[in-house]
Design a binder for this molecule. Sequence first.
Ligand code: ATP
Ligand code: MG
Length: 364
Amino acid sequence: ITTVCKVHKVCVLPGDGIGPEIMEVATKALTMAGAKEGEDFEYKYCLIGGAAIDATGKPLPDETLATAKESDAVLLAAIGGYKWDTLPSAQRPERGLLAIRAGLNAFANLRPAIVPRQLADSSPLKRELVEGVDILIVRELVGGIYFGQPRGFGVNEKGERIGFNTDVYSEPEVERIARVAFEAARKRSKRLCSVEKSNVLEVSQLWKEVVIRVGKDYPDVELSHMYIDNAAMQLLRNPKYFDVIVTGNIFGDILSDEASMLAGSLGLLPSASISGSGPGIYEPVHGSAPDIAGKDVANPLAMVLSAAMMCRYDLSIPKVADRLEAAVNAVLDAGLRTGDIYKEGPDTRLVKCSEMGSELMKHL
Ligand code: ATP
Ligand code: MG
């Protein structure tokens, strides 16, 4: 009898600023959680961002993209910092991020808005409203009004200056993002809300039609539709209504920032940029935090939750994801807080990044 043991190949990009510190915690936690479930990881460390500019002159070396393409998934910490802020924008570290997204055809941006009950008091909304919120926003990332042609400046018939953009989606573009969203909903509470403005916009009418058609392939997922203005309101009025939200580029940009505020802190929010086939890029929503880099005070939990998302959506090892999420819950239950989420109290204790990491390992 032969047993085939699949090793999950992960391209690891620690990047800049607090990146290396939080990545160390995340990879250790991932290895441990995997070991408990009989899953092995092979980490291929590559350069991106400022670190890559310093070593090779390019924010995304060819070797990094090649390794990413050969991997099952990409785990990315953070990019950029003061050191490179004076470079012309075309040579900045952030270009590395845009380039790897384009190189992997990552057209779908997945952003969970999670409010752990232990932190429900940091939300600007009332505890009863946000406690237990767990929303996944699926935003189309490479189409819509941000990319549509024609665009530019001109002059109208009255001789006045105008600026204009075009909001355009093709049927295949809507179909592929809808499939990503339905698949994601299947792995969660099986409720999908499509957000558009079909009472006013033709591009939204097409969006809605295509989403309904794709939905016929997912009879197990309950589909609803909401206008963007109403969705923006409901997100604050009754956020627990939502499970998965799918929407276009500009509406998703706005809604995902609004949703991230429900949590009240960046330190716990993961994200993914995926293509639906091939490796996705999993990274925290926060940036490289150059102001606190190298001080061992960063919050590593968004990075750990990004690794969990990678396990759930790319590697299809949900039990490893569950273990990582349970460990994050356990350290929060134990009252451990890094500076960004710390509030003085009898049940909380301020810890460093490395201590948060060692406590996580104990729970794993
Ligand atoms: P970017 O442009 O890369 O998104 P940004 O300017 O939006 O970066 P961040 O790097 O996200 O900013 O940092 C914003 C603030 O939040 C900073 O004061 C930073 O120290 C803090 N911060 C961000 N991430 C963390 C973290 N993981 N732990 C603790 N503090 C953090
Ligand atoms: Mg930012």
